[in-house]
Write a protein that binds this ligand. Sequence first.
Ligand code: PLP
Length: 396
Amino acid sequence: MFNKTMQHLGEERSVIRELFEYGNARKKIVGEDNVFDFSIGNPSVPAPDFVQDEIKRLIDTVPPEKLHGYTSAAGDPEVRKAVSDYIETKFGIPMSANLIYMTCGAAASLAIAVTALSEEGDEFVTIAPFFPEYRIYVESAGAKLVVAPSLKDFHLDLDALGRAIGKRTKAVILNSPNNPTGAVISAEELMALSSLLEKKSAEKGEPIFLLADEPYRELTYGAEVPYPMRYYHDTILCYSFSKSLSLAGERIGYVAVSPFACRKDALFSAVCGAGRRLGFVCAPALFQRVCAASLGQSTDVGEYRKNRDLLYGALTEMGYECVPPEGAFYLFVKALEPDAVAFSERAKKYELLLVPSDSFGVGGYVRISYCVSRTTIERSLPSFEKLMKDYRPRSF
Ligand code: PLP
C-alpha cells in the first residue's frame, strides 16, 4: 500500500531524537533545570544581531511579492553570485555563480550531492565516527555506504581509507570540523587524502569525488579549516548556515561544485536534477537573501569555547577520557563501560542525557553536545561526578 522502507525510516526514531523527547518528558516531572540535556546539536548562541537586523531591513524595504516569491530552482541569481564572489575572495578559488545551488541546509545539500553522483553499484566511503544520516542519503540513492575507521585521535587513517576505497567508490564523504568528535582535518591531511584519491581515481579510470560536509566550518577554537577545493579538484562542498549563523530552523545552505571538477557543468546539471527529483528547489527565499548579506560572519564562537573549556576541563579532571575538540560543539567521551547504550542508560539516573556512539558507527563512547547554556553545564557537573563514582567508587 505504501513504501515499507519509508515507513520504517519514519517509525525508527533516531537515538538523538529519542533522548531529546525523553528529556522533555522528564523536565515536566523533575523540573526544567534538573535535566541536563546534551542530546541535540541545536545552537544555543542566538543568531547574531546583524542577522536579525537584515531580516527586518529586508521586510521593510523589499516588496513582499518579491521577497517571498519563488526564486530560480538553483536560487536567486544575486545570492548565487554573492556566494560565488565570497568563495573566490576568501579562498582564492575562481568560482562561478553557475556552480552554486542554494539548498535547505547541509542535509539537503548532502542528499542532493549523493543523488547527483550515484549510479548502479556505487559505493560512498565515509569515516567513523560519522553523522548517522549519511547512511540514509546514500542508501536512498541506491548506493552502499562503506565505513573506514579513523585514528585514535579521530584524524584520518589513510591506510584504512586506502583499503576502503575501490573500483566501485564514487565519493568519499568527509566532515570537518567533525560531528561527533570535534576533530578538524589539517592541510597536511587533506593533501595526503588528495594524493590517495588521485591515485585511486587513476586506478579506477574516472574521478572519485570528495564530498566535503561543512556545517561547522566557522566553529573552531584556533584550528585552521583548509578549503577542500584548494587541495582536490573533484570536490563538491555541502555548506549550511544552520550552525555558523544559528539558523538551524530556517533550513538554508548551498552546494558548491568545484570549478576544477571534471565535466563541472554536466556535474552541476546533475546537482540541479537531483534537487528537482528530491523536491529541493528554490531554497527559502528570505533566508537566501539574509545569508547572502551575512557571508563570512558567524555567531559568537567564544561562547562555545567557554562551554568547551569548562566541560572538557571538569570532565577530564574527574577522570573521563576525551580528545580535546578542535571545532564544532561536541565532546566525544569514552563511556565508563564497553556498552555505550548501557552507559547512556545509567547516566539517565543522574538526569544526564548523553548520546551513545553506536549510531555514529563506533561503540564505547557518548556524544555530549555542549551547545547549551553555561548554567546547564555548571549544574550538571555534580551529576557527572556521581556517575563516575557509580562506576569507580574506590577512586573517591
Ligand atoms: N552534517 C553534519 C555533520 C551535521 O552535524 C548536521 C546537523 O547537525 C548536518 C549535516 C545537517 O545540517 P543542516 O541543519 O544544515 O541540515
